[in-house]
Design a protein around this ligand. Sequence first.
Ligand code: ZN
Length: 368
Amino acid sequence: MSTGFFWDERCFWHAGGNYALTLPLGGLVQPLAAGGLPESPETKRRLKNLMDVTRLTAELDCRTAPEAPREVLERVHPATYLDTFKAMSDAGGGELGLRTPFAKGGYEITALSAGLTVAAIEAVTSGDLQNAYALSRPPGHHCLPDWPNGFCLMANIAIGIEAAKAAGRAQRVAVVDWDVHHGNGTEAIFYDRDDVLTISVHQEKNYPLDTGDIADRGRGAGEGYNMNIPLPPGVGHVGYLEVMERIVLPALDRYRPDLIVVACGYDACAFDPLARMFCTAETYAEMTRQMMEAADRLCDGRLVMVHEGGYSEAYVPFCGHAVIETLANAKARAADPMADTLRQRQPNAAFNAYISGVIGGMAETLLD
Ligand code: ZN
């Protein structure tokens, strides 16, 4: 079976404005010469372009998908939120929640972004594809049912999981979120439930500032089924792989999901303007390999990766290519032009030893 790649040019047409990075324009904030919000089409489109140049796309089952229909969206989002969003989108766009601007037609593009994730999960859980990557844009992991934030307007992954559950194609789902920011939306949506394990690896107190604490483990039936792994700034290749080996993989083995979904952000990469981590394309390839092995061990290889953040226009394409070429066991390769430099810039042994202690402490807390 093959690897699916779900994308649509229309997702690159989602537009927001009035920001210089995440600084609101006005007052003393001068507009940037090139673009505003870091959540721009370029990080994503340039990934697709690189895949075309290396001919990786030729080795994949490339598909688009319909917009997620209203009843599918309503399994996660209340009708009042969808109505408000649609009305504002029809009227020319605007901004809802926090840092989530959109232009006219933004509602339909966001429903398409969710639709790509829904279709990717459907194809993998129905046995049509071995695994899949959804290049969804706008991203989704920050979005709460009725409060969009952090560039996320609909909860793509949660919508996809609920669709698969409603169709009886998945019972126990694990979400591994390695976007550098806390997956607060996914956490909130499944906080009371034990049928979805949510794990977020993130830079502590980056975004949001008030969520992502290790003590937040879930509530009621969901107690113990939410895991936050907040890392101090500066963690690189060695630290991330250690987090996966000592916490994430054992948690997956214990939970025994029938589907693994990765919230695949690239903003823990060394060049990201919004975070301070040191992951490389090789880190992402290796973490993908770890997820594939876990999926093979636990759920017949059923693995869906969904694009989230990542704001280095130049470097995200190499990280994304590394993930997708690994997922597809492809012949096409995109050698990381910064591999040697980034290897030399990695944290030193003393820092890694310190981080190892931090990880060990968290493993004891989370896997007790
Ligand atoms: Zn992020």
